[in-house]
Write a new protein. Structure first.
Length: 241
């Protein structure tokens, strides 16, 4: 039985709803009143590919770029300090055997101060960026949860499963893909019918109701900070569990 999927055109002050059923679109009733929700029945399940949601959710793309830009800027500052330390080390190694002890001590003292500056800055940067990243992730979860709840309320789903899966054909040929499928986290489905996959509906709902501060042009596939399959060594993922 073909399911009728819907996404909200506005979560607050709804001006109408759009039905999605293949290529079929139904209009909202006259007067702007929202249409009735799909009849509720037991055991209705929907799933969405969380990796694809993060890839295509424009607001997340924006904040991922913001964080990548900040990390790049801070890395540049740390790199300058690291170069200063390397220069001092080189000067120390090049000191002749006849060099005055005061000159050697001065270089060692300067190198120690630079090393402490580097460690302090690295610690502060990591703490600050990690806290900011955690805030964005917390907001991302809340926005997805809100959009999922709206879709569930209008379609009468009893269960929605989020699953991480390959996004591109290239990812589907990766050894990580087979590892992920054969050692799935949580309730990873082996087959997802298009009739119950609400990934695209969720992306449209998120992008309609949670506008990105600015457009981000994807650069070569998956935007920075929004990977499809997790890289090896990532905690909680195959290869780095």
């Amino acid at each position: 039985m073909k399911r009728i999927m819907m996404f909200l055109s506005a979560l607050v002050g709804m001006g109408g709803l759009v039905y999605l059923a293949g290529q079929t679109h139904a209009q909202a009733p006259a007067g702007g009143a929202p249409p009735a929700a799909a009849p509720r029945s037991g055991g209705k399940v929907a799933v969405f590919n969380v990796a694809k949601v993060m890839k295509d959710y424009k607001r997340w793309q924006h904040f991922a770029k913001v964080m990548n830009d900040k990390r790049g800027a801070e890395a540049g500052k740390l790199g300058k300090l690291r170069n200063d330390i390397a220069d001092l080390q080189k000067r120390l190694q090049e000191q002749p055997a006849t060099a005055l002890k005061t000159d050697v001590d001065a270089i060692q003292k300067a190198m120690l101060e630079k090393q402490r500056q580097f460690e302090d800055m690295e610690r502060q940067v990591r703490t600050s960026l990690d806290a900011e990243s955690a805030g964005y992730l917390r907001n991302l979860f809340a926005e997805i949860q809100q959009a999922v709840k709206a879709i569930v309320d209008m379609n009468g789903f009893d269960l929605v499963l989020a699953y991480p899966d390959a996004i591109t054909a290239e990812e589907m040929t990766s050894p990580l893909y087979y590892d992920l499928k054969l050692r799935p986290p949580a309730a990873m489905p082996f087959y997802v019918s298009p009739s119950v996959d609400m990934t695209e509906v969720l992306i449209q709902t998120l992008n309609t109701n949670f506008k990105a501060p600015a457009e981000v042009a994807p650069a070569g596939g998956v935007p920075p900070g929004a990977p499809g399959l997790p890289p090896p060594g990532t905690p909680g993922r195959p290869g780095g569990m």
